[in-house]
Design a protein around this ligand. Sequence first.
Ligand SMILES: Cc1cc2nc3c(=O)[nH]c(=O)nc-3n(C[C@H](O)[C@H](O)[C@H](O)COP(=O)(O)OP(=O)(O)OC[C@H]3O[C@@H](n4cnc5c(N)ncnc54)[C@H](O)[C@@H]3O)c2cc1C
Length: 412
Amino acid sequence: MESLDKMAPVDERPVVVAGLGPSGAVLALALARADIPVLVLEKDSTVAADLRASTFHPPTLDILAAIDTSLTSTMVQMGLKADRYQYRDRVSDETATFDLSLLAGETQFPFRLQLEQYELTRLIQKLLEKSDCAQILFGHELVGFKECEDHVQILVRTDERDIELAGSFLIGCDGARSKVRKETGLVFEGFTYKEKFLVIGTDFPFEQIFADFSYVNYVSDPEEWCVILRTEKTWRVLFPTPKNGVGDDAFFLSEQFVQERLQHLHKIEGDYSIRYKSLYTVNQRVAQRFYDGRIVLVGDACHINNPLGGMGMNGGIHDAYDLASRLIRVIRGEANYVTEFEKYDLVRRSLASRFVQEHTIANKAVMESTDPDIQKSRQAHLMKTAADPILAKEFMMERSMINSVRETMGKI
Ligand SMILES: Cc1cc2nc3c(=O)[nH]c(=O)nc-3n(C[C@H](O)[C@H](O)[C@H](O)COP(=O)(O)OP(=O)(O)OC[C@H]3O[C@@H](n4cnc5c(N)ncnc54)[C@H](O)[C@@H]3O)c2cc1C
């Protein structure tokens, strides 16, 4: 077995980050910008271009700008600015429109930025590749580790060989099925929804069908709710599959099922042109603890939730920024890692359980209710809130995660 341990003297061992998704990328960039050596292990050979998060909330953009303003400038040029978002009732056609410009003064970015998450990761990859402090190893899968007194010994597998290397700390940014979390034995508490989420990309011009349509729309319907989003590339529609267990994955991904969903949403002559479709299992889970000795978890590795409200990737980026500031203090000798990781666990885990889980579970429950009275009162409440600038601002400060970022990290 080859050893990369020689790569750095003991006191300069890099922070090892497992996983180059949005969380790992942001953490690595924040460390590299503070001249902290960081080594990123990514099991795949490139950044995964799968279609997942597409909404960056205002405080996430504030955080990214605090790390590197060139990053957010490029993102804003590449993405679409959603300056409002809407809750629509398909029966009455009533629409509650939340105007994000009410957040001007609270954030540099009073809009939701619609951009595929992999575009962020690719941009950061380029920045890391130019940095003297960072190294990315693609095709390197973390397969095991052992905590030692002053470092973590890590076992990595490539197609050709196994490698052993040492890091000052190991940060698991390796997603929902995190090997790092599993190896620490920390339980991933929570539940899995019975239904799955079907995501469909289509070129159909929804903006020409629905009046005054925004780039982000939560659509309620007594028979089938959905979310319609515009990314910088295409329209994307998210539907739940039936909860009654009728049908399997192949059926839910069949042309017939996909076309029926879209035709129910809006009837057209002939078929919709489909650019892609995928099916996701949806969980609500939070790890029992976010660290174990010198090993820390970030992002989906320690909390996952349904995508309604767009809090998964955004929350992971907030974790990464919070942890980076702690690691920087620890590595500069200004703080003790045990105390910092305990605080990280306390702050981020309570936020994931209390704020993100509560909001996302409630968002889904409200969207999926088929009771006409509940739907009517929900829509009336949203419209009243959206129409009152004070109430609307309060609602958006919470839902766009500005309050949670301020509560935990202060004003960015
Ligand atoms: C349909 C859908 C829509 C979504 N929409 C939104 C949204 O609008 N807003 C939002 O905030 N969130 C959204 N999310 C959630 C969001 O996609 C995730 O929260 C986000 O990807 C988490 O980022 P991460 O970096 O923590 O993990 P991941 O993105 O899963 O990245 C983990 C990385 O680790 C690598 N890896 C795994 N194991 C190893 C190993 N052993 N060694 C080395 N590398 C490894 C993987 O290859 C991967 O690159 C959505 C999710 C879905 C499914």
